[in-house]
Design a protein around this ligand. Structure first.
Ligand code: FPP
Length: 265
């Protein structure tokens, strides 16, 4: 049945937000879903080179996957979906690939903005946004402004993002406030630091999904993932389906989360 649902997902076909009673969701335990899911969308390059294509074809295919996973997250009524689109380390890639990715992000915003808005998505960009091309920054700010009153899934896109960099920027902003006499250093607690992060207003990450076989965090959401569960799959991001995403939800539902204590949550 799922093959029937997803097997023929051609470029002209539109994947709609699955309804609560969709066959896709038949094994979901609705009271044991993660609230905040973070995704490391890895394997675009390997997917493409494995097919004899340019790496950029993998990134293009990855956009379609992202669109379908966002729709699935909406159907699941998740509180937040945070995706790693471009890390502070990704600038080391060849210039044409970096340029392609920047253009891809811009095209994505142009093409998908209104649909995401209609889907009640709240988009937010995290990372050193001021290090991105000026025209892209403008598009990002406009997209955030358009959707700022929406009440659906918080869709955080990490671009020019590094977890250590984010924590450093947060510490610098608190240090500046302390130096200005606005706060006392000993007042700084976890909540204050969390509020200085790019993800302020989001719940902690419950589940980190990484595609394409590697099992590491790669500087993604270091603070926010302190008690996250991890789900790794060998599937490359362009091949990752809503069915695969649901599998991760079902796996998460079976985890025993103790948060350092003894009791099952
Ligand atoms: C990692 O695969 C992927 C990226 C660095 C880019 C992620 C971008 C997308 C999925 C495009 C869609 C995003 C948005 C926000 C429109 P890789 O290139 O590292 O793959 P590899 O490890 O196989 O080389």
């Amino acid at each position: 049945m799922l093959k029937k649902l997803f097997g023929g997902l051609g470029s002209a076909e539109q994947f709609e937000i699955p309804e609560h009673d969709s066959p896709l969701f038949q094994d979901i335990q609705w009271d044991r879903l993660p609230r905040h899911v973070a995704v490391i969308m890895d394997g675009n390059g390997r997917w493409a080179t494995g097919k004899g294509l340019l790496r950029t074809a993998g990134h293009k295919a990855g956009v379609k996957t992202l669109k379908n996973i966002l729709k699935t997250a909406i159907g699941l009524n998740l509180d937040a979906l945070t995706v790693y689109a471009f890390s502070t380390e990704n600038w080391k890639r060849p210039r044409p690939e970096v340029d392609f990715l920047m253009q891809l992000f811009a095209d994505y915003l142009t093409k998908e903005l209104q649909e995401m808005h209609a889907d009640n998505v709240q988009i937010h960009f995290i990372g050193r946004i001021d290090g991105l091309p000026a025209s892209l920054q403008k598009q990002m700010r406009e997209a955030e402004a358009l959707m700022c009153h929406n009440t659906g899934v918080k869709f955080n896109v990490a671009a020019n993002y590094g977890g250590q960099d984010e924590i450093l920027r947060a510490v610098q902003s608190l240090a500046a406030r302390a130096a200005a006499g606005e706060i006392q250093p000993e007042q700084i607690d976890e909540a204050m630091l969390e509020n200085a992060l790019d993800t302020r207003g989001n719940l902690p990450v419950d589940l980190v999904i990484r595609t394409s076989g590697d099992e590491r965090l790669s500087n993604f959401l270091l603070w926010q993932s302190a008690y996250a569960e991890f789900y790794f799959t060998d599937v490359n991001w362009p091949d990752f389906t809503p069915e695969d995403f649901v599998k991760a939800m079902i796996d998460f539902a079976g985890r025993n989360r103790r948060f350092g204590g003894l009791q099952n949550k």
